[in-house]
Design a protein around this ligand. Structure first.
Ligand code: SAH
Length: 249
């Protein structure tokens, strides 16, 4: 298994930006006064809205999730060298062999997590901090944990503006016991199976979104729900490609 790679979602019948060899429709955003990213951001949102409409079943994206994405400047969460591509619908390298997920996948995972004001959400794999920011825009309290120290430190700085986000450096395989239980858990790295500590930290009535698979080439995004009686139900959402979840030893 490679230790680094692109995160990508492969939607049924949907050709995604990253799959086109990195072609970027917005290589030269107009230098509009104020926000030079406004137009590429609008174009990305329009593309995501089209994809959201096309999604079927579990892969359907709630328009409310797209509104959350629209409020977060993705260019502020990528390295300077990647900023020109910040609004391309594909994953981007963030250093240390890690990636910021494709916007389509962030939208889908947010939609599946259904964040609501006042709820508690755990994210495993802070990375750039972008997914945490999107979840935080809902008004939920977000706990996000990252195992790579420099990424954790960088994301902590970026996320300081959110009073409803707590960051931590550590092994997210074990969750965040002191803050548990969570209404939703979003895991943004692929696990070979669902980590039992995370399942234990999920509230009855809660849901977990997690890519599961043993290699880069055979991963499935899963939606795991726990009913009021504590019974767990697992559904497949989409074939995906994430960097591996490390730790857990
Ligand atoms: N959610 C991120 C995507 C990050 S990629 C974003 O929006 O940018 C996945 C991240 O998971 C990587 O940064 C990787 O270092 C981290 N990771 C992998 N295993 C982990 C573990 N056991 N605990 C916490 N983070 C982990």
């Amino acid at each position: 298994m490679r230790s680094a790679g692109a995160i990508a979602g492969v939607a049924r019948g949907v050709v995604l930006g990253w799959a086109l060899g990195g072609a970027c429709a917005w290589a030269q955003p107009p230098a509009a006064a104020g926000d030079p990213y406004a137009q590429p951001r609008r174009a990305l949102l329009a593309e995501l809205r089209r994809q959201a409409r096309d999604g079927a079943g579990e892969a359907r994206i709630d328009p409310a999730a797209l509104e959350l994405l629209a409020r977060v400047p993705r260019h502020a969460y990528v390295p300077a060298a990647q900023r020109a591509h910040a609004y391309a619908n594909r994953p981007l390298a963030i250093g240390y062999g890690q990636t910021i997920s494709q916007p389509y996948i962030v939208a889908l995972m947010t939609s599946l997590a259904q964040p609501k004001p006042g709820q508690k959400i755990l994210e495993v794999g802070t990375g750039s901090g972008y997914q945490a920011a999107v979840l935080a825009e809902s008004g939920a309290r977000v706990y996000t944990i990252e195992i790579v120290a420099p990424l954790a430190a960088q994301a902590r700085q970026r996320l300081r503006r959110y009073r409803n986000v707590e960051t931590r450096m550590g092994d997210g395989y074990y969750g965040w016991q002191e803050a548990a239980p969570f209404d939703a858990i979003v895991v943004t790295a692929a696990a070979s199976s669902i980590p039992p500590p995370l399942l234990a930290q999920l509230k009855p009535g809660g849901r977990m979104v997690i890519p599961v698979g043993s290699s880069f080439h055979a991963q499935t995004l899963m939606r795991v729900s726990k009913d009021a009686a504590g019974r767990v139900r697992t559904r497949q959402v989409l074939p995906v490609r994430f960097v591996p979840l490390t730790g857990g030893r």
